[in-house]
Ligand binder design. Structure first.
Ligand code: ADP
Length: 393
């Protein structure tokens, strides 16, 4: 049995929001994301192949999955195709038997799955990376990850990552590239405000397809807005221009959600708490006379806040003031420690909000992180020597 394991996770700054080719998963526009640190949010995946396995089997968070899912099948087919291509280039017609072996995969997310926190991106990137090691593939994995979830190709790298939409019909130039490494902007802090960890009612994939089919705003955005924004976002990142970065991040999130509302029937990922959080950020910035925090929302009500290390404590205090933790005061903050600070009366007055107890269930503090990592310690493997999950549900 050959086994391999890796971990990773990332979130969008600039939304891809729709496909021009649903089968090859080619986007309508380019997009950009930041990879979050695995010490706070991660997917861990173990894969093994063996001549003794009689079928491909996949377990996610301990639950066995239907391997007939098209996305999963497409990933497996693509990695096996790349493995065959590589071996036949090396060994002529002598393809090793292991290429016909069935695979077992176990994966666990350390954060809510299917709740709008991009578990599909982290999950499929980690799957592509892990399968590549098991099958001995060392080529660009953008296509394998993309077949699972488009945004997963960005999660194959650490730091700030662009998914270039590409022009070719076969998608060969639709690949992810790193814009800046994780060490580039060490002051950047990220707070994930978990409003709901429930599974979202509309999956991102179904939602995006409906938007492509019905939203004129989505087409306009892809053609007339995103290209210039991508260039400007890359500049803000390169120059560590927080104000420009923050404003563009918020505008892009708002426009993405506007395309959701422009979809027919409309899709609403945001809820009242999400809108309260947006108001909180704008009032916080107005109070400071400067853009010191930004929000972005993916396909769900949970907010991702960007700020800098000199502001994170005050912003968290503003969140606690506006959304007083209910019973879980001690467990409200997860991830990186943030020193508690008092909130000034002036800022309290500027927020001018009726507190919503329990509106934010908990906060995960994190920072920019590296791409997939190989875990060599066999104790961390999710599959036992029998090829079955150690922690099956
Ligand atoms: P999210 O906002 O979390 O990406 P989606 O509904 O878009 O939510 O995607 C969730 C789906 O992604 C899951 O149902 C599963 O098919 C896939 N997924 C999530 N995590 C993993 C993982 N660790 N490994 C493989 N696939 C995963």
């Amino acid at each position: 049995m050959g086994a391999s394991e890796s971990k990773n996770q990332s979130l969008p700054l600039s939304h891809s929001g729709g496909k021009r080719d649903e089968e090859l998963i080619l986007p309508l526009n380019s997009s950009l994301s930041v990879t979050l640190h695995q010490e706070q949010l991660k997917t861990t995946t173990t894969a093994a192949i063996s001549k003794d396995f009689t079928e491909d089997r996949v377990w996610l968070n301990g639950q066995e999955q239907d391997t007939g899912q098209l996305r999963l099948q497409a990933c497996l087919q693509e990695i096996r195709r790349l493995a065959r291509k590589r071996r036949s280039a090396q060994d002529g017609d002598m393809l090793p038997l292991s290429l016909s072996y069935k695979v077992h995969v176990a994966s666990v997310n350390s954060f809510p799955t299917a709740a709008g926190l991009a578990s599909s991106a982290a999950g499929y990137a980690c799957l592509a990376y892990t399968l590549a090691r098991v099958y001995g593939v060392d080529s660009d994995l953008s296509e394998v990850a993309r077949r699972g979830s488009g945004s997963a190709c960005r999660s194959l790298y650490g730091g700030f990552v662009e998914w270039q939409m590409g022009q070719q019909a076969d998608g060969k130039d639709s690949v992810a590239r790193q814009v800046a490494p994780e060490s580039h902007w060490p002051e950047l802090r990220i707070l994930i405000l978990v409003v709901s960890a429930d599974k979202k009612p509309t999956s991102s994939t179904a939602g995006m397809q409906a938007s492509v089919d019905t939203s004129a705003l989505l087409r306009f955005r892809a053609e007339a807005v995103v290209p210039a924004r991508m260039a400007e976002m890359a500049r803000c990142i390169r120059e560590r221009d927080f104000c420009g970065f923050a404003q563009l991040t918020m505008k892009d999130s708002n426009q993405f959600h506007a395309t959701c509302l422009d979809t027919f029937p409309p899709i609403c990922y945001l809820n009242d708490t999400s809108r309260h959080i947006m108001q909180l950020v704008h009032r916080f910035n107005t109070h400071h006379g400067d853009t010191k925090a930004a929000y972005t929302f993916d396909a769900g009500p949970n907010a991702v806040i960007f700020t800098l290390d000199d502001t994170v404590a005050e912003f968290l205090a503003a969140v606690k003031h506006s959304f007083p933790p209910e019973s879980n005061g001690d467990t409200f903050l997860k991830g990186l420690p943030v020193r508690p600070v008092p909130l000034s009366d002036e800022l309290k007055a500027a927020l001018a909000m009726e507190p919503v107890p329990g509106g934010v269930r908990y906060v995960i503090a994190t920072q920019v992180g590296p791409g997939p990592q190989v875990l060599d310690d066999p104790h961390t493997h999710l599959l036992g020597l029998d090829g079955l999950p150690k922690l099956a549900a």
